[in-house]
Write a new protein. Structure first.
Length: 292
């Protein structure tokens, strides 16, 4: 099992995305680790520390069958010597997703809950061992997750605006928490009409932050895609060598290109786009969809 490679994270200029006068750079968190890639490691790091401090032996968390958070937690637990259990929304499919198979390869035990039990957090009593279990909320949405995301490393003084993809909003909250006062942060929601997001971000980071979220770039909803999106992914890769995932980062990069063309970045000189990883999710696409 390889370790985390923070030294491999680079900040690459992406001329293909530069528009309206601003220069766009990509923060390549996808290079951190093949599985614990991108923001997931930062959201997990203080939970891992806390679990260790409390002397816990197992980490339990929640997610769907294609969850980057589930597989990243499995890999991080293996790396740091914890047992792990994933509580998975929905019945086990006839063939488990590649994401779940990989989580199992990292030693994660899976527990499938019906959608209604999952919603009600009806966790089987057998899974509750307060002495040895440490629970991480779904998607890592938590103050510790936010504080970890605030340690995402980049050159703080160099950028007028930071753009990131938004699922639970934990990373966006962390970027707001960690930035310098003059820097703006823009989130691109990958969910359809999830207008409660800004409040969920404020719940983590506190009031008094300018929480900007653009809701136009969901491409049909969470994990939905169109040919325009996969076409864009191939074009971005051909032009700049940057691979993206169709659930999060492709929607982010697409949004940044369009916003540049719309003149949104008029007043900015340098924009940082956080490539938050997630490339493992592309394995659920039909073969031949992508050129990378
Ligand atoms: C999970 C994930 C996100 C969303 O992060 P949140 O903190 O839940 O908003 C963004 N990008 C990638 C690649 C992810 O895996």
């Amino acid at each position: 099992m390889d370790t985390l490679h923070e030294n491999l994270v680079t900040t690459d200029e992406v001329p293909f995305l530069s528009g309206g006068g601003a220069a766009v750079y990509a923060l390549r968190l996808d290079k951190l680790h093949p599985v614990i890639s991108g923001n997931k490691w930062y959201k997990l790091r203080y939970h891992i520390e806390e679990a260790r401090r409390q002397g816990k032996r197992r980490i339990v968390t929640f997610g769907g069958a294609y969850s980057n958070h589930i597989v990243a937690t499995a890999a991080a637990c293996k790396l740091y010597g914890f047992k792990s259990t994933g509580i998975i929304r929905g019945e086990m499919g006839i063939e488990p997703s590649q994401t779940l198979s990989e989580a199992v390869r990292y030693g994660m035990e899976l527990c499938f809950l019906s959608r209604s039990d999952y919603k009600l957090k009806n966790i089987p009593a057998a899974l509750y061992d307060n002495d040895c279990d440490y629970f991480i909320p779904e998607g890592g949405y938590s103050v510790l997750g936010m504080q970890g995301a605030a340690t995402i490393p980049y050159d703080k003084g160099a950028f007028d605006m930071i753009c990131c993809a938004v699922g639970t909003g934990t990373m966006l909250a962390g970027l707001l928490h960690g930035k310098l006062p003059g820097t703006k942060v823009l989130g691109i929601s990958v969910l359809k009409n999830h207008h409660g997001l800004a409040d969920e971000v404020r719940k983590l980071v506190g009031q008094g932050h300018d929480v900007q979220i653009d809701h136009r770039f969901h491409f049909g909803g969470y994990a939905k895609r169109t040919e325009a999106l996969t076409g864009f992914m191939n074009k971005l890769y051909a032009q700049s060598g940057i691979p993206t995932d169709f659930v999060y980062t492709a929607k982010l990069f697409y949004a940044v290109r369009q916003l540049g063309q719309e003149g949104f970045f008029r007043d900015a000189r340098k924009i940082l786009v956080v490539h938050s990883g997630g490339l493992q999710g592309n394995r659920s696409l039909p073969p031949g969809t992508l050129i990378f």
